[in-house]
Design a protein around this ligand. Sequence first.
Ligand code: DEZ
Ligand code: MG
Length: 304
Amino acid sequence: MAPLPKHLTGDKAAIDEFINQFDVFLFDCDGVLWSGDHLFPGTVETLELLRSRGKKTIFVTNNSTKSRADYLKKLTSMGIPSNVDEIFASAYSSAIYISRIMKLPAPKNKVFVIGEAGIETELRSEGVEFLGGTDPALRRDITPEDYTNIANGSMLDENVGIVLAGLDFHINYLKLSLGYQYLARGAKFLATNLDSTLPSAKTFFPGAGSISVPLINMTGQQPIALGKPSQAMMDSIEGKFHFDRKKACMVGDRLDTDIQFGLEGKLGGTLAVLTGVSRKEQWEVEDAPVVPHYYVDKLSDLSG
Ligand SMILES: O=C(O)[C@H](O)[C@H](O)COP(=O)(O)O
Ligand SMILES: [Mg+2]
């Protein structure tokens, strides 16, 4: 059984020793920096402190509703200076995977998107054709004619080769019905991420993983998930920054995405923050599957 994590909150010497160990900090976003549009107090000061001590900060989010450019706007609007290169979001890693790794031959390489604008922006920037997503024509109830047109294929695009499911605040029966038809016709099943919940407004909402469950249930297929803890994302981050993994620390609020991401990535450290999804009871149980190296009650404890 992995040793229990060291609690850093209130322990200045331990915090200093912790910070000195690492050159690079990978920061999760939802549940660590902010909850929805609410920035946690002390976040800006903590990032400034780490940067003032020469630490590299990289933002790694599973939230596919926004593109990297959108996140840059959000970070900047919250007083966190950054640049697009420091931001890795699951919509971006999904677009990269489709355009540079899968490289399905045309014409059957279109993507049916279940998700928001972030996915569309990143697919567009990689020159990947898509449909569905935020298309207003699909934001409606299914009609009797739809059943007929879906069944006879007239409502389907024969060049769809991939179904990509992410967090969709406008999910409905029609989109799920179309998604199923494409998968049943052999399209590859991808997910930006499989987080079951989204922490926001101090409670939880359906996560991307809960959006793709109906399709998993209907097809019996598990999608390839491209967000944390997928190491495809870690490899692309390392590929960009060429950092020493032993000198890097993953900071996150969720054990089965963030902390697992850091552990599977063989990073030098993982820090759990208790302002989001996971609770310390989850790693205190016998044979807990994922145990972080360190934890704090809130991120600002590092600069408190
Ligand atoms: O449902 C989701 O997509 C997740 O809850 C959300 O994306 C988590 O974002 P992160 O904590 O990785 O920033
Ligand atoms: Mg999070």
